[in-house]
Design a protein around this ligand. Structure first.
Ligand code: NAD
Ligand code: IPM
Ligand code: MN
Length: 358
């Protein structure tokens, strides 16, 4: 029996997670999966109920689960509260407490959405990039950090730090994944300015020696941001640190048509994982029933593939998404002329039905 913990969170989180759970229930029945679902509070919803964005009870359930399906957290309501209690800190603590250091963010363009991308169809058609983002270190977690008074003014500071072992283990994940793909890895750094990434480049190069078939290249992050919109298909696997990976993955999302299309898996050393869309709680559209649930549904597919080791179920969910796109159904963010605009629920229902009928 596998235990999946559902953490809907804030804003559009509960709306999109509902649709993914619908698909999960169909998958359970169709494939006879022995999956037990539980649910808990996280983010702003947990702050409101218990005064903590990651209550002890939620963390305990997360530790006991084989996999976590996560919606999104945050929103203007909690932006002004004490820093340590912000919803975002709950997610960061969850990633760190569970050791989820490897964040896989696949940017894949479905051919049906070539016109939905803000780039020309020929630039993005056939796009299949995997961003491997280090998730529990770097400037997100480095100490010291804070805001202090110094010489009569306020000073804000963070520390960008990576240990050699942290760099080695994420490089290894990228190389292992690349071996199952096109065997090309681009390590993104700012080694021309920052010592921490100078060492990153060195360590990644050393680690690559164990993978002679891999073609390793290095790129500065500013150039990588530019190359991603100039000629994104030059990339196969991108491996980078926490902050650069956060930024580059939102950029890569737009190549696929919408941030609402980018799923993710955050894995520990033993295949336990947290699965979430790359986007946030989208306060501007929350409660309207218009959010795109596909990134969350495809995160569920990743959950099946990586944590439950059911690649067959993952393939079936992804095929169901494709069929719905073939039928011309589009949420507002990926809508183009000649297609049919649907809401969150109608999109989720269509995927669930396509899976049931597969
Ligand atoms: P966001 O990703 O929430 O939204 C950016 C834009 O993309 C908005 O216009 C939004 O409407 C749109 N969008 C996002 N997801 C969509 C979807 N599924 N369908 C259609 N449109 C979608 O980023 P933001 O506005 O910078 O942040 C809002 C809040 O979310 C903040 O509190 C932020 O900290 C939080 N956040 C949380 C996560 C997470 O939970 N992992 C990720 C990013 C941001
Ligand atoms: C993401 C988000 C988070 C991050 C925030 C909400 C902590 O932007 O998952 O991409 O920066 O990692
Ligand atoms: Mn982000």
């Amino acid at each position: 029996m596998s235990k999946v913990l559902v953490l809907p969170g804030d804003g559009i989180g509960p709306e999109i997670v509902d649709e993914a759970v619908k698909v999960l229930n169909v998958a359970k029945q169709k494939f006879g999966l022995d999956v037990e679902l539980d649910e808990a509070l996280v983010g702003g919803a947990a702050v409101d109920a218990e005064g903590d964005p990651l209550p002890e009870g939620t963390l305990e359930k997360a530790r006991a689960a084989d996999a976590i399906l996560f919606g999104s957290i945050g929103g203007p309501k909690w932006d002004a509260i004490e820093r340590g209690k912000r919803p975002e800190r709950g997610l960061l603590r969850l990633r760190s407490s569970l050791g989820l250091f490897a964040n896989l963010r696949p940017a894949i363009l479905f051919p049906q959405l070539a016109d939905a991308s803000s780039l020309k169809p020929e630039v993005v058609s056939g796009l299949d990039i995997l961003i491997v983002r280090e998730l529990t270190g770097g400037i997100y977690f480095g100490q010291p950090r804070g805001i202090k008074e110094e010489n009569g003014e306020r000073v804000g500071f963070n520390t960008y730090v990576y240990t050699e072992s942290e760099m080695r283990r994420i490089a290894k994940v990228a190389f292992e994944l690349a071996m199952k793909r096109d065997k090309r890895v681009c390590s993104v750094d700012k080694a021309n300015v920052l010592e921490v990434t100078e060492l990153w480049k060195e360590v990644v190069t050393e680690e690559a020696k164990a993978y002679p078939e891999i073609e390793l290249s290095h790129m500065y992050v500013d150039n990588a941001a530019m190359q991603l919109v100039r000629a994104p298909k030059q990339f196969d696997v991108i491996v980078t640190g926490n902050l650069f990976g956060d930024i580059l993955s939102d950029e890569a999302a737009m190549l696929t048509g919408s941030i609402g299309m980018l799923p993710s898996a955050s894995l520990d050393e033993n295949r336990k994982g947290l699965y979430e869309p790359c986007h946030g709680s989208a306060p501007d559209i929350a409660g309207q029933g218009t959010a795109n649930p596909l990134a969350t549904i495809m995160s569920l597919a990743m959950l099946m593939r990586y944590s439950l080791e059911r690649g067959d179920v993952a393939d079936a969910i992804e095929a169901a998404v494709e069929r719905v796109l073939d039928q011309g159904l589009r949420t507002a963010d990926i809508y183009t002329e000649g297609t049919r605009k649907v809401g969150t629920e109608e999109m989720g229902n269509a995927v669930a039905e396509a899976l049931a009928q597969a």
